[in-house]
Ligand binder design. Sequence first.
Ligand SMILES: Nc1nc2c(ncn2[C@@H]2O[C@H](COP(=O)(O)OP(=O)(O)OP(=O)(O)O)[C@@H](O)[C@H]2O)c(=O)[nH]1
Ligand SMILES: [Mg+2]
Length: 392
Amino acid sequence: MSSNIGPEAKAAYEKYLEASSLEEKIERLERFISLVPKHKATENIVALNKTKLAKLRKQLEERKKKSAVKVVSPFSIKKEGLQIIILSDYHVPGVGKTSLLNYLTGAAEEKIGRFNSLPEIGIYDYKGIRFQIVDMPSLMEGASRGKGNGKEILAQVRACDLICICIDLSRDIDIQMNLILNELENADITINKSPPPIDIEKTGSNNIQVLFLTKESRAHIELSEKIKKIVSETGIQNCIVKIYGDFNLAAIYETLNPSLVYKKAIIIATKGDLPHTEQNFERLKNNYSNMFPIIIGSSIEKKVFPDNFGSIILQFLNKIKIYTMDADGISDKPLLLDKGAKVKDAAIKIHRTFVDNFEFATIIREDAKQTKKRVGLDYKLEDNDKLEIHTY
Ligand SMILES: Nc1nc2c(ncn2[C@@H]2O[C@H](COP(=O)(O)OP(=O)(O)OP(=O)(O)O)[C@@H](O)[C@H]2O)c(=O)[nH]1
Ligand SMILES: [Mg+2]
């Protein structure tokens, strides 16, 4: 073990090595990872141990699956439309999550100012689009290790479409940000980052091949042997590692960690009406806008909140809305599609038969020169297009 990790983490690692049961191993490895100081020199140690941890967790899950009677957790929320999870750190008084939920959806008014130990859910309707907003119980330090139902909360966060981190501007912002970012990282939830440009495909042959498939990846061709060694250390002996872009060894560890998820997140700063909160808001923007392109200032008390919140989210999630139309008129509930989607993607979403029996489509685009256009399945759609599909 490297000397960069400090005595406390070293001792924790030794304890992990002595653990006998699977549960004990997981708990001690989690503790070890949380104690390793996070900087460049320890990146690989953290990544390697996270991969180990993910494997142990998987083993435990499989063992539980075999024996367990299924119990539905109150923290597991069935997704309805785009799911947004509101998170904050634990504090009395609260950061303002339930106030925000109530402002956007009208749900849970009676729970404002009272600590929520269970999730509260509401539907925020924006121009006919339904966003499911989940106000989660606040995260305590150690949530990723299970404190305050942290594991259940973070398991749901892994499945959502967007994380909204609420930061109380009347308190120290770095304490709040550090706690949340730390717990998310320890739960293998990566924020506002794309997955590395690497695929690892298992093969039948008994060797590890590394393919550098672009000019950017070939700049690191000398890492080939190191990559093989890292992959084989995790127990994979037969695979092709395909690399499509610029990368480093930490990215190889990342790809090998089956439990890593990549999530988009924004920050909502709360209680902007309280005295001396301007400085904290400036500080929040200065320190975190590299990682968070969207930081919204708000005061629910004074009803200060962007009217176009729905549109901000859709843009950030790279979604466009398409209005279908037929002889009876234009639907007021749009279809949500990924940016860059074509007529074909919309047709599939409506019903497969619209693709199979497709004749042509008509598009109305308000600000285009030719407002009504006849197009085919491969035509690229834009936000707010009105679309009519004609079938045989
Ligand atoms: N001044 C001010 N107070 C606010 C604002 N938003 C919420 N509060 C107050 O902050 C307190 C906590 O608000 P909640 O919405 O219950 O906070 P929470 O994050 O849901 O709290 P927990 O469920 O306990 O984690 C309440 O007394 C709210 O009235 C705001 O914009 N300005
Ligand atoms: Mg609450």
